[in-house]
Design a protein around this ligand. Structure first.
Ligand SMILES: [Fe+2]
Ligand SMILES: [Fe+2]
Length: 318
């Protein structure tokens, strides 16, 4: 999938009629849990404090219980049992918890457990968490004062594959057809266009129905063709880069093969190859530390440690 030769996704692109009509209903009928919406607006509006995060979590007993249970899990090896949200935030870490809380909200909305055989639904969530983490770490390292941009990167990373998520969760028959074509040897892009299921367009239509801010609509629509973005170029380039880094570190989506126009991305982000290599090294270290937490949330064992040891030189190869 070479971004230079890709068809640019547009909202008036041909989309399966049944899917298009039902997406409008889904926009109205399927909403993110209130806590997730509160978290989204909190994270988008200002620099969030641990106290504000605590306030939102405490209003959602189910989420609060999950967070407290996570802080008591073996991976933190705390001596006394944790029973309050503020202690749990201290133990797990504020940055880690922001992503986890949003991730739990999304996984509760879209159950990806019933995925067709041969597709790794858990891997898709890990991919979204990894892109979210990498994108925010990049912003924090490149522009430490841009806290708003760091939040946008984190949320954009979690949402960028909304199209694939919604196809699996709400259009299983269509997704199965797509998977069959891919399994028969078709490239994902080709298969999507044959069936009118381009995932960037499907995701963006839902984001539009949900009235999500323009920056997220742009990230969802252009994450494979960042050159086509008219607005939000920096946010889109950032997510495209994070998507590629996630893919190259073993956090890819099984049906996608993400390649990017690296010179374009580096130019938009005003970044040199040397600086990027340096950042990748740091981010890989941080992701190895945070990954057991994601595994814990997904109720599984850590299984990607080996893949994470991908050599750095291969990361930047096109
Ligand atoms: Fe994608
Ligand atoms: Fe992705």
């Amino acid at each position: 999938m070479n971004s230079g030769s890709q068809t640019v996704p547009t909202l008036d692109m041909s989309v399966d009629l049944q899917v298009k009509q039902r997406l409008a209903d889904i926009g109205r009928l399927v909403s993110l849990p209130p806590t997730t919406f509160r978290l989204l607006s909190l994270l988008m509006s200002e620099k969030t404090s641990a106290r504000e995060l605590q306030g939102v979590l405490e209003q959602d007993p189910g989420l609060a219980a999950k967070v407290i249970s996570l802080s008591n899990s073996a991976m933190y090896a705390v001596r006394d049992s944790i029973s309050t949200i503020d202690r749990a935030i201290t133990i797990i870490g504020f940055k880690e918890l922001e992503i986890i809380a949003l991730g739990i909200g999304l996984t509760e909305t879209f159950d990806l457990k019933k995925v067709p055989p041969g597709f790794d639904g858990r891997g898709l969530w890990l991919h979204c968490l990894a892109v979210s983490w990498i994108a925010r770490e990049l912003v924090l390292a490149l522009w430490p004062r841009q806290t708003q941009e760091a939040s946008e990167a984190m949320i954009g990373g979690l949402l960028h594959e909304l199209g694939i998520i919604i196809l699996i969760a709400k259009f299983p028959v269509h997704f199965q057809q797509l998977l069959d074509l891919v399994n028969s040897g078709q490239d994902l892009r080709q298969a999507e266009e044959t069936l009118g299921l381009r995932h960037e367009v499907v995701g963006c239509l839902l984001a539009k129905n949900w009235d999500l801010p323009q920056v997220f609509q742009d990230v969802i629509l252009y994450h494979h063709v960042p050159q086509a973005a008219k607005k939000s170029q920096r946010a889109v380039a950032l997510i495209t880069l994070a998507d590629n880094l996630a893919f190259r570190t073993g956090y890819g989506v099984s049906i996608e093969n993400v390649q990017i126009d690296l010179p374009y991305i580096l130019n938009v982000l005003d970044l040199s190859v040397d600086r990027l290599q340096d950042l990748v090294k740091k981010i890989l270290t941080s992701i190895t530390k945070v990954q057991p937490l994601w595994d814990q949330v997904m109720n599984g064992k850590s299984r990607r440690q080996e893949e994470n040891s991908t050599s750095l030189s291969s990361l930047l190869k096109k």
